[in-house]
Design a protein around this ligand. Sequence first.
Ligand code: SIN
Length: 290
Amino acid sequence: MLKEAPASDRAIRVHPRESGFGAEVTGVDLSRPLPPAALAAIRDAWAKHAVLSFPDQPLTLDELEAFTLQMGPFGDDPFIAPMPGRPNVLELRREPDEKAPNFGGGWHSDWSFQPAPPSATILRSEVTPPVGGDTLFVDAARAYEDLSDTMKAMLAPLRAIHSAGRPYGASGLFARETEKRTMQIISSAEADKTHPHPLVRTHPVTGRKALFVSPTYTVGVEGLTDMEADAVLGFLYKHLLQDRYRLRHTWKPGMLLMWDNRCTMHFAEGGYDGHLRVMHRTTVAGDVPV
Ligand code: SIN
């Protein structure tokens, strides 16, 4: 049974980064049911800043699940075996002796190949390495807004094709790897299915438009030849990955990060071979992109 929220939760503070992309949230205890005002403040900050970090939140797995459910129903996490007895929690664990590339080490928006990809991903750090292991984000809304009106008009009718095949397909990256991996990845022909989404999607809460493509999961653009799609997507990735749209999150143990998959891409950086890294991850169900 979760405890009642203390009065101190009324002192919730949102500290945005200078760019407005990303914010740190303090003065709230996520291990307890959130009072409506605190939940509203978190939702508001999340809509405004897209990536929220909550330091000093060493939640148990029960508390992580309970916090997630306050944000919305669990999303569906395919192709990775969940924690025993916890179908909605993934353990992202990399042992000190692992040499396989770290999980999440390619730019992506979580499960964008699903008909209704998760709105949020929530990641709580358990063990963090002394070096490396940062998570990087790009602000796909501001990147869209900075495009010329001519480019926006060209992109407006396009639908990008998403697939999990490159990483999780029957002959995808994980199926071919030979190095030891602690996380149990379930490669499958299912992953090779494709699903189209608007290349520019509109955020259901803020109404802001954002580029919704990624090098990991976008495999083409409807109506364009492969060469044409490569040219359009190649330009968009170069544009998105500029320093000015980036945010770097450096972890400490017991932090919780919640990001908005509808207007960001992220990348899990390596650089911590020889060290243990353990994170626990949930997702919140999302809408069909429009
Ligand atoms: C991911 O969800 O892509 C992994 C992020 C991380 O481990 O930093």
